[in-house]
Structure formats: structure tokens, C-alpha cells
Write a protein that binds this ligand. Structure first.
Ligand code: 9WO
Length: 261
């Protein structure tokens, strides 16, 4: 998998390969990251990459020509799509990133300041992606998020062969809760089922929790998805237990009130 990134801050973007899963994938040659600085494609003495916006207003806009030079240089080495990262783009999710991975590579275009001259975007950009509805200071952090998430999907990038399968969203659901030692943390105990070593029951508990949390926190994820019979059963069990706990809590709170009067 090859990632190319056009950015005024190459040292920032290169940090994504400095440690962790992405670092190991780069060391193993599973991914390659190349950064291209538009400043290297300027022709004037001051190496200008930005100028004032036509129509006035605050801030600066990235000029088309230096970016066009960087894009032409990337295209000599890579046939990948050019993707601009901005809040105006299509909202990305795990399936979209997985589909892009199948294309074999991506080139990310990172804007700074108030943005990029629209004519450069119209002439060159093949897709526009957004992480979500907020503004950050430039496209770099968004590119790093995409590179991290896509690298996790490259076969062999995660230690365990099936870890990517167990990630949140690999199945379109939220993750189940995780626990480690000690068994008792300030009076909060690890769920009994995880200590008993019955792996059929553990798997069922985890799936029940994943379905239940998705039902509680992200009903939109469940709406998009068909549950099989077993999953419907597990979710019903979660809901029954949830309602039961809620009723017992309400009853306990009421008797607390009586005690105080
Ligand atoms: C800057 C600005 C300043 C004053 C008034 C309005 C303004 N809008 C912007 C702006 O959106 N700047 C962008 C910064 C230009 C393109 C790159 N930047 C960016 C990308 N910010 N946030 C993203 C981004 C990318 C992907 N997903 C979420 C956010």
C-alpha cells in the first residue's frame, strides 16, 4: 500500500510512521509513505505558496501553481486517486476506507490557511473526504487518521491475524468492553463469565455486549444492518437484562427515599 501526501508540513505527516502499528507496517514494507512539499515546486525567490483571497477578507489561500507542480510529480510515480481532505467532503467510515484500500494506494492533498484555489481543486481532485463536522487547522491530521485506519486493514499489519476482524466496526458494531488485572478495581469486579474460561460463553457475552452497546449508543448502526436469529436473540437478552437492572435501580432509589423520611 502506497500513501503519498502533498503537504506544507511533511515532518508532521511523517510522524504517523514513527511508532505503533503504522511504524511497524512501514518497517516491514507493508506500506510506503511519501511526502511532497508544494514549496519545492515554487519558482519565485520567496518560494511563495499562498496569496490573499480575491474578493477580500482575512487570511490566505493556497496558490494553484505550486500545488500543480507537486501533483504532477506525484502522478509520475503513482496512478492513485487524489483525495482532498476538508469539512466539505464525503464523511468517511470503515467501509469507505476498506474500498479505497482495494485501489492499491491513495494521494492525499492537505490544505492550510483558508483553503486552496478552487480551480486547482476542480482540475485535479478526484474525491473529497471529511472526518466529521468540525474545522481543524489543516488537512494533515486528517490524512494521518486515514493512513492509520487504512494501514490497520492491510493484511499482516496487525500482530494477530484476525485482530482487524475484532476491531470496532469490522462487523459494523461497536466493540465490547475490555478488562485486565486486577479482578477487583476499587470494588468494581470483572464480569464473572470472563474469568471462567468457557470460550463459547465468553464469545456469546462479547457479542451480546457489542450488540447491546450499539443498541444503546448507536442505534443508527443497527438500523443499517440485518441481525441473524442468534444476534436477535443475544440483543433481546441484553435488553431484558438492561430493563431489569433499570427497574431494580429505580426500586432501590425509591426505598432510599423512604429511608430518609
Ligand atoms: C478556515 C477558516 C478561517 C476563517 C473562516 C472560515 C474558515 N474556514 C477555514 C477552513 O475550513 N480551512 C480549511 C483548513 C481549509 C482546508 C484544510 N483545512 C481543514 C481540513 N480544516 N479541517 C479540515 C478537515 C479535514 C477532514 N475532516 C475534517 C476537517
Amino acid at each position: 500500500m502506497r500513501f503519498d501526501v502533498i503537504t506544507l508540513f511533511p515532518q508532521l505527516v511523517e510522524q504517523v510512521t514513527a511508532s505503533g502499528v503504522v511504524g511497524r507496517a512501514a518497517d516491514q514494507g507493508l506500506i510506503e509513505l511519501h511526502c511532497w512539499n508544494p514549496r519545492d515546486y515554487t519558482r519565485d525567490r520567496h518560494r511563495r505558496v499562498d496569496d490573499r483571497p480575491y474578493g477580500g477578507g482575512p487570511g490566505m489561500v493556497m496558490m494553484a501553481e505550486p500545488l500543480a507542480g507537486a501533483i504532477a510529480a506525484v502522478r509520475r510515480q503513482s496512478a492513485a486517486r487524489l483525495i482532498y481532505l476538508s469539512p466539505q467532503g464525503e464523511r468517511i467510515d470503515q467501509p469507505l476506507l476498506a474500498a479505497e484500500l482495494e485501489r492499491g494506494g491513495v494521494t492525499f492533498l492537505c490544505g492550510r490557511y483558508e483553503g486552496i484555489d478552487e480551480r486547482l481543486l476542480q482540475a485535479e481532485v478526484e474525491a473529497e473526504w471529511s472526518l466529521g463536522d468540525y474545522v481543524i487547522s489543516g488537512g494533515e491530521l486528517a490524512a494521518m487518521v486515514c493512513i492509520d485506519a487504512m494501514t490497520r486493514l492491510v493484511p499482516g499489519a496487525l500482530g494477530h491475524a484476525d485482530s482487524a476482524q475484532q476491531d470496532s466496526f469490522s462487523d459494523g458494531l461497536l466493540d465490547c468492553p475490555q478488562y485486565t488485572r486486577p479482578e477487583d478495581y476499587r470494588g468494581r469486579r470483572v464480569p464473572r463469565v470472563l474469568l471462567d474460561g468457557n470460550h463459547r460463553e465468553i464469545d456469546a457475552w462479547r457479542e451480546r455486549q457489542a450488540l447491546g452497546r450499539s443498541w444503546l449508543r448507536r442505534p443508527d448502526l443497527l438500523a443499517e444492518r440485518q441481525l441473524d436469529q442468534r444476534q436477535q436473540q443475544l440483543l433481546q437478552e441484553f435488553i431484558a437484562e438492561y430493563e431489569d437492572t433499570r427497574q431494580r435501580r429505580a426500586a432501590a432509589a425509591e426505598s432510599e427515599q423512604e429511608d430518609s423520611t
